[in-house]
Design a binder for this molecule. Structure first.
Ligand code: PMP
Length: 339
């Protein structure tokens, strides 16, 4: 007889979402606002992108595109690949992950360990045909010609199953967890799934809620939302965020408050939070928190703002928390991190 699991046990997919909101004490005291971070690093694959992986896989199953034993191909900055690979393992699919080789070695090692068919490509601009997103699309076509079980390209940038899952889960959870007492939401954009889906869910419940974007340097969205020009300046070491085009997931979403955030402004927040609040966060969380601080200062004291704590810092130990690397890229090194 097949094993009957007791009702209260769970599988990988059931562990995704329902993450807690964490009160960020330092930045709240500094601004006089209540700033909360949604603890997405607690998802089973360790990042906010587990939700995207689940949304895309469930949509592809429902449409019949993804069949038992099928393969999911995706171009990713790593976290979507990690989520998709672990989810694929648990549901009997295979995963092929295309990512730029410049990304953190910790994420590359994890993907290898988890069993992704990993294809590293050179980091190039989006208009290069060998950019990781175009490579993933091409590869999905090539592989599908040979694979009788079918191959699906996840298309997380334009596939709105990505923002839909954030609409259904992340946004709804934030509303419940704040008892509807939320004045603003802000985060950075990789695909825009988190920002768009959460914004849609919150605005549907209260159209006065302000939506902000924390755009890292090297991304074109800040200029786009300020003056309609897709233009990028500078660069950022935060992985998984920053984009040179308006994705399908971002289409139709109005942004009330755009902010451009430098790494030098962002990183001290995660250094302080590690030492004083016990969370070791990744670089995109740093940009998000810096964005929330700017939004709080602009809105004034007394407001409740929510942002996303996308993943954990151990995924970037060799970069964000490495004094030698930080010095090489001219970023501030906290004294306690110096060797
Ligand atoms: N932070 C990290 C660490 C990520 O990997 C990503 C996804 N690329 C994001 C933030 C951005 O999320 P989204 O794709 O929903 O815009």
């Amino acid at each position: 007889m097949p094993h009957q699991a007791p009702a209260q046990t769970r599988q990988f997919a059931d562990l995704i979402g329902n993450t807690p909101l964490i009160y960020l004490r330092g930045v709240s005291e500094m601004t006089g606002c209540h700033i909360y971070g949604k603890a997405e690093f607690l998802n089973p694959g360790g990042s906010v992108k587990d939700r995207t992986a689940l949304g895309i896989v469930r949509a592809a199953e429902s449409s019949g595109e993804l069949q038992p034993g099928g393969t999911i191909v995706e171009g990713t900055a790593g976290n979507t690949g990690i989520g998709l690979t672990l989810l694929a393992n648990s549901l009997g699919y295979k995963s092929v992950v295309v990512m730029p080789q410049s990304l953190s070695k910790e994420k590359i090692e994890l993907l290898d360990l988890y069993g992704a068919d990993l294809r590293l490509v050179k980091a190039t601009s989006y208009d290069d045909p060998n950019h990781y997103i175009h490579t993933a699309e091409r590869l999905a076509k090539e592989l599908s010609a040979k694979d009788p079980n079918g191959v699906v390209w996840a298309r997380q940038f334009d596939n709105t199953a990505n923002r839909d899952i954030h609409y259904q889960t992340t946004g709804a959870e934030i509303w419940e967890q704040t008892n509807g007492k939320v004045d603003g939401f802000i985060c950075a954009v990789g695909t825009g799934g988190t920002l768009a889906g959460t914004a849609m869910a919150l605005r549907e419940r209260n159209s006065d809620i302000k939506i902000g974007i924390a755009d890292p340097q090297g991304s074109a969205l800040f200029n786009h939302y300020v003056n309609g020009e897709l233009k990028a300046e500078g660069r950022s070491i935060a992985e998984g965020i920053g984009i040179s085009f308006v994705t399908g997931n971002l289409e139709g979403i109005d942004i009330d408050m755009p902010f451009q955030i430098s790494d030098a402004e962002a990183l001290p927040h995660i250094f302080d939070i590690l030492r004083h609040e016990g969370l070791c966060l990744g670089g995109s969380s740093a940009v998000n928190i810096a964005g929330a601080v700017r939004m709080a200062k602009e809105m004034g004291p007394g407001h409740t703002l929510v942002t996303i704590l996308c993943d954990y810092g151990d995924r970037y130990k060799s970069k964000l928390y490495n004094p030698v690397y930080l010095e090489q890229v001219d970023l501030p090194v906290p004294n306690w991190l110096r060797v």
